[in-house]
Design a protein around this ligand. Structure first.
Ligand code: ADP
Ligand code: ADP
Length: 209
């Protein structure tokens, strides 16, 4: 059993690449952002705690996130490992993960800050299947998503004001993790400021090396 971490700033393309890696490897995508949004929608205790942090672009407390991951990793589809998307985001989260399951590759998708606002403000997804699209860079087909259940969904926190706090949280709390993982010899960086397919190809070079 071995897991992969997709690392990078908000809007770097982690979810977009996760869809493709999932198709090719069969590893389930574990997105703490998606799990938290589901908890908010369901009105659970976790959702009630997380909501304010998410709306203001701050990180949700580590204890809440670690509890979510501990439960998720016990589900049957996680038995051969998973692909983490947006987790871990702090050193305490990474330390907890090291106790929960082994990680073989941390793949950082590098995108400069000045690209992030346009990426996030143009993002939408299919409510039916979760596929991620972009107004300019990756629009859905004229007849909708190939899943056949097309319904456009936009996130409440994908606005210019929140993007700046999310980027601030990334630089202060998440980016120190790069050195932490580098010191473990499992950190790989790919240039995320290129075409989606080119980045996918680079990720597979890393995963197959
Ligand atoms: P993350 O999961 O890292 O927050 P997403 O995968 O949701 O990022 O991507 C953010 C937005 O940028 C989406 O609208 C997506 O369609 C778009 N996007 C993803 N990768 C690229 C790329 N290489 N070039 C241009 N736009 C991209
Ligand atoms: P993005 O990749 O666009 O930043 P996510 O869906 O990963 O979006 O996260 C949305 C929000 O959920 C974050 O701004 C944060 O409030 C919260 N969140 C998600 N994952 C974590 C995590 N691992 N630790 C703390 N907060 C998280």
């Amino acid at each position: 059993m071995s897991s992969i971490v997709l690392f990078g700033p908000p809007g770097a393309g982690k979810g977009t690449q996760a869809e493709r890696i999932m198709e090719a490897t069969g590893l389930p995508q574990v997105s703490t952002g998606d799990m938290l949004r589901a908890a908010v929608k369901a009105g659970t205790e976790t959702g009630l705690t997380a909501k304010g942090y998410m709306e203001s672009g701050q990180l949700v407390p580590d204890g809440v996130i670690i509890d979510l991951i501990k439960d998720r990793i016990l589900e049957p589809d996680a038995k051969n490992g998973v692909m983490f998307d947006g987790f871990p985001r702090t050193i305490p989260q990474a330390e907890a993960l090291a106790e929960i399951t082994p990680v073989t590759h941390v793949i950082a998708i590098e995108v400069p800050d000045e690209r992030i606002v346009e990426r996030i403000c143009g993002r939408y997804s299919c409510a039916g299947c979760g596929s991620v699209y972009h107004d300019t860079f990756n629009p859905v087909n004229a007849d909708g998503c190939s899943c056949g259940q097309w319904e456009e969904k936009r996130r409440a926190d994908d606005n210019e004001e929140t993007v700046h706090s999310r980027l601030g949280a990334y630089h202060e709390q998440t980016s120190p993790l790069a050195d932490w993982y580098r010191s473990k010899g499992i950190f790989h960086s790919v240039n995320g400021d290129r075409a989606i397919d080119t980045i996918t190809a680079d990720i597979f070079v890393v995963l197959n090396s």
